[in-house]
Design a protein. Structure first.
Length: 123
């Protein structure tokens, strides 16, 4: 964390590829990593969204909850690719706010119900 981002959060992902998989492109890996984080939604029920648990013992959900947090207003990501006997990919995303125990991940509501600007039909 920093002075500006006292409650910063972070998601990490890594993968090593061997053989014919070495030709995978960076954008393909980036999409795979983020989709993997988002796929955790299947294990994050509404009770978790309403109140992030202190002693959660189930499948991973923290990457997903970090992605969808309504308190995050800045995100910065970087990915590195390097090779030795394999091709290695590492992705790090930093978020301006982290999940806080006993606090909601986001506030439920109708789309755009709390937006200060015009609602975007696409999102």
């Amino acid at each position: 964390s920093t002075v500006q981002f006292r409650w910063a959060g972070q998601n990490l992902a890594m993968k090593s590829l061997f053989g014919r998989w070495r030709s995978v492109r960076v954008n393909q890996m980036l999409q795979e990593f983020v989709r993997g984080w988002f796929a955790e939604h299947k294990d994050a029920n509404q009770a978790i969204i309403d109140r992030f648990p202190a002693k959660y013992k189930g499948p991973d959900i923290g990457h997903f909850t970090q992605l969808v947090s309504d308190r995050t207003w800045k995100v910065g990501c970087a990915m590195v690719r390097f090779s030795d006997r394999a091709i290695h990919y590492y992705l790090v995303c930093n978020y301006s706010f982290i999940n806080i125990v006993d606090q909601p991940i986001y506030v439920k509501g109708k789309p755009c119900s709390r937006c200060q600007l015009k609602c975007n039909r696409k999102y």
